[in-house]
Design a protein around this ligand. Structure first.
Ligand SMILES: [Zn+2]
Length: 77
């Protein structure tokens, strides 16, 4: 996976934005059959604009389930 290809749907401006994975961690998730370990990725959203100013999502680090990450796009809601 090439970092420079990764994009995330910024939840502050709703525009696909370049990002990269900062780190990964395991989180416990309460599933239907008990507690599952879920791989999470911390993702830094790159600087981008909303209107004439930087978007609030600029340089934010968010955590998303790793299985939501595909080759070239990440969707986050
Ligand atoms: Zn944004």
């Amino acid at each position: 996976m090439k970092d420079d290809k990764m994009k995330i749907l910024c939840k502050w401006c709703n525009v696909p934005t370049h990002c990269h994975i900062v780190s990964e961690e395991i989180a416990e998730h309460q599933g239907a059959y008990g507690i599952d370990d879920v791989k999470m990725a911390k993702i830094k959203i790159h600087r981008h604009f909303k209107g004439g100013n930087y978007c609030k999502g600029t340089d934010r680090i968010i955590t998303v389930p790793k299985n939501k990450i595909s080759e070239d796009k990440i969707y986050y809601h």
